[in-house]
Design a protein around this ligand. Structure first.
Ligand SMILES: NC(=O)c1ccc[n+]([C@@H]2O[C@H](COP(=O)([O-])OP(=O)(O)OC[C@H]3O[C@@H](n4cnc5c(N)ncnc54)[C@H](OP(=O)(O)O)[C@@H]3O)[C@@H](O)[C@H]2O)c1
Length: 281
């Protein structure tokens, strides 16, 4: 029974990973403040825990906040994974680093496969891209798993915010020129489990199949929760000012996983499962 150590175990993906691996593995679950990955001592803590596999689901995920505190984001997203990878090197563990679609520029019309050139455009994205480089410099037995537009029941995510705004305002304005892959965290966790069975190290893009604009995602969510008559106005990204402009089209393609038979279902099917879990439909 492999011993798996999961960091960020209280986050959206962390909780899905804990649920995925709880039955057939020995699990160690790390959360803050007991285990802060930005502390260099975390490397020794990993070596002492002596797991077979470390999955790093901890991250600074406040994209807009990273613009104001880039050093803090860098400490968690670049140095944190580096310390964890150093710990893995010392105890011989395999390492899974979770990364993001935002490492790509997201030019209009582009879809990104695993080994394409990254070009991060925000402080958050630069910190995540640095994390990818830092772990690759420490370890060979490494998986980098990029995900996008992640959501899970109980998390702070786009569907939860949109649904709260619908309740509060009775109408929505949603950006229609930003595209991505809405991705259900439990589906990523299942794909990671299959990836670990294959034990082929490298970069993976685990996203639900298909892509959508934020507007299309909101429309589908409203349909699934029976609020299709709610007025939704499509707006351009520049009409929704933010401290960072996200990549407009950082859509990922799962090529490496698909070649091993690891595919994720269509994003609409996954969203329907989320609605059932979140709203107990
Ligand atoms: N959410 C998305 O849309 C999205 C998109 C693309 C990629 N990703 C990537 O997917 C991964 C998982 O994201 P998520 O949505 O599950 O994030 P999340 O829900 O924000 O969870 C992140 C977890 O990391 C923990 N954490 C933050 N700083 C830490 C530190 N210094 N030491 C230890 N733990 C720390 C947080 O703890 P607290 O609970 O104490 O804050 C939280 O539990 C991340 O690598 C993220 O970059 C996410």
């Amino acid at each position: 029974m492999p011993h798996i150590l999961i960091t960020g175990a209280n986050g959206q993906l962390g909780r899905a990973l804990v649920a995925q691996f709880a039955s057939a593995n020995r699990l160690t679950c790390w959360t803050r403040p007991g285990h802060d990955i930005a502390e260099p001592a975390i490397a020794s803590a990993v070596a002492e825990a002596d797991p077979d596999i470390v999955i790093n689901a901890a991250a600074w995920t406040n994209v807009d906040g990273a613009e104001k505190a880039p050093e803090d984001a860098f400490a968690v997203n670049a140095l944190g994974p580096k310390y964890l990878a150093e710990g893995c090197a010392r105890c011989g563990a395999d390492f899974v680093q979770i990364s993001t679609n935002e490492v790509f520029a997201g030019e209009a019309g582009r879809h990104y496969r695993e080994y394409e050139q990254v070009s991060p455009g925000s402080a958050y994205a630069r910190s995540k891209a640095a994390g990818e480089l830092a772990v690759a410099a420490c370890l060979d037995r490494l998986y980098i798993v990029r995900v996008a537009w992640l959501y899970a029941p109980g998390g702070i995510n786009f569907p939860a915010k949109i649904s709260a705004a619908a309740d509060r305002l009775g109408a929505l304005r949603v950006v229609s020129d930003e595209f991505g892959n809405p991705t259900y965290a439990p589906d990523v966790a299942a794909a990671v489990a299959r990836m670990l069975e294959n034990r082929r190290f490298g970069i993976y893009h685990f996203v639900n199949d298909g892509c959508a604009s934020r507007y299309e995602w909101a429309v589908e969510l409203m349909r699934l929760i029976g609020r299709e008559s709610l007025p939704i106005t499509s707006i351009a990204a520049h009409e929704w000012p933010r401290p960072t402009m996200p990549p407009p089209h950082a859509v990922l393609i799962n090529q490496a996983g698909a070649a091993l038979g690891i595919t994720l279902r269509d994003w609409r099917e996954a969203l329907a499962d989320y609605v059932r879990a979140q709203y107990r439909h």
